[in-house]
Design a protein around this ligand. Sequence first.
Ligand SMILES: [Zn+2]
Length: 88
Amino acid sequence: MGRFFEALKAGIAGFNDGNEPGDYEVAGRPVRCPHCGHQKFVSGHALLNTKGRTFFKLDWTDPSASTLICAECGRVEWFIQEPDRVQS
Ligand SMILES: [Zn+2]
């Protein structure tokens, strides 16, 4: 799984800040991986296609979403708002 994550990280390095995994909060609550319970994530951004935005009634938003990728298992969490990075 470590190699998988390194490959994933290398793959997304082009469109995130290349930052190290860290703790994040959304709406004042710590983000926790629902799969493995890990709390370190790598942030990134992904474009939403028009179809998806219409489905979620988000046509008024900027056409991008924030993603947090679990540093442990690689699960991707999506947020419309920018997660706050928690300084440790
Ligand atoms: Zn996880």
